[in-house]
Design a protein around this ligand. Structure first.
Ligand code: IPM
Ligand code: MG
Length: 370
């Protein structure tokens, strides 16, 4: 059956291909049982692309990502590529995709599922029911700001430097994503910067405040310095609904928030571009976890974050909310049934590997579908 849903899969390195394999099996199941088909193509990124083509991401791959309706990304990197020059690192592939596709809004949910409440290092009473969304700006700030570099000073010392910069437009468009999401949730946005020490943070605060007064007077807005936010996330994470912040603070705070849930192996993410005149938007979905080289190839990785990233893809890129919800429920049910991969293993549960976990999700889908 020909499909109008063009999906590019970029499994990458380490556990990426293993967890992506479980998504492929889920897609096969959907074709059989839900009569949904995708036009899938696959390509190399990261270390795999470096080995095969001498570049972390080729121009053709970037073009294929631009042409696709959605990109499902695995993970990149590994010790064998750590010695390469800065421009040749596997991580360049994801940064290139964000920049070339204009993927400025990185959505990173931190949700504590009831079966995993004791997997968190925080007390169950602090994290139970947590449902937080971090909206991280992903194409600006200090990651991309100019000037940048390492220079040699007249006295022979070296100086490394980067630039944090944000324009009104960059701040407004990511804040809009946060306000729009909040309206579908608890209607509260907390904007995070360091307006006390950085001009870029001061402008951030002013622009977000003005935007809210102009376009989102119905949405609650608070402001927080990034260091305080890190502390508050650990002290009382449920005070937050949607957090919107810049690239670097979002990188740090989303790692912190992910650990509130007990396992990096559980969390998906979406990175979205602007909606164009035809209603289309570039979008990339990836698990928060990395390539986990220590367990790669052993069939131990938790495939749920990759599967849940696919659920986000269905929701945000194809408006397939019913299927997305079904996948999310299936994952929760599997955990509630006591199956666990090693990363979320708990007393009294059964330890399983990647494939058994993937199969269990499909079995739950089967039950939910009948
Ligand atoms: C992330 C990662 C990336 C980042 C790396 C791999 C470039 O840490 O997506 O959070 O820093 O943005
Ligand atoms: Mg990170």
């Amino acid at each position: 059956m020909a499909s109008n849903k063009n999906l590019l899969m970029l499994p990458g390195d380490g556990v990426g291909p293993e967890v992506m394999h479980e998504v492929k099996r889920l897609i096969d199941w959907m074709a059989r049982r839900r009569h949904v088909s995708f036009n899938i193509s696959e390509d190399l990124v990261g270390g795999a692309a470096i080995d095969a083509r001498g570049t972390p991401i080729s121009k053709d791959t970037v073009a294929a990502a631009k042409a696709a309706d959605a990109v499902l990304f695995g993970s990149v990197g590994g010790p064998q590529w750590d010695r390469l020059g800065f421009d040749m690192r596997p991580e360049i592939s994801i940064l290139t995709l964000r920049r070339e596709l204009g993927l400025f809004a990185n959505l990173r949910p931190a949700i504590v599922l009831e079966p995993l409440v004791s997997a968190s290092t925080l007390k169950p009473d602090v994290v139970r029911g947590l449902d937080l969304m971090i909206v991280r700006e992903a194409t600006g700030g200090i990651y991309f700001g100019e000037p940048r570099g390492i220079e040699t000073l007249p006295d022979g010392q070296q100086r490394g430097f980067n630039t944090e910069s944000y324009t009104t437009h960059e701040i407004e468009r990511v804040a809009r994503v946060a306000f729009d999401l909040a309206r579908k949730r608890q209607n509260r946005v907390c904007s995070v910067e360091k307006a006390n020490v950085m001009e870029s943070g001061l402008l951030w605060r002013q622009v977000v405040t003005a935007l809210r007064e102009r376009e989102y007077p119905d949405v609650g807005l608070s402001h927080m310095y990034a260091d305080n936010c890190a502390m508050q996330l650990v002290r009382n994470p449920r005070q937050f609904d949607v957090i919107v912040t810049g690239n670097l603070f979002g990188d740090l705070l989303s790692d912190l928030a992910s650990m509130l849930t007990g396992s990096l192996g559980m969390l998906p993410s979406a990175t979205l571009g602007a909606v164009d005149a035809s209603g289309r938007r570039h979008a990339l979905y990836e698990p928060i976890h990395g390539s986990a080289p220590d367990i790669a190839g052993k069939g131990l990785a938790n495939p749920l974050a990759q599967i849940l990233s696919f659920a986000m893809l269905l929701r945000f890129s194809f408006d397939m909310n019913e299927d997305a919800t079904m996948i999310e429920r299936a994952c929760t049910n599997v955990l509630a049934s006591g199956l666990r991969t090693a990363d979320v293993m708990a007393a009294g549960c059964a330890k399983v590997g990647t494939q058994v976990m993937g199969e269990a999700v499909i079995r739950e889908m089967e039950k939910l579908a009948t």
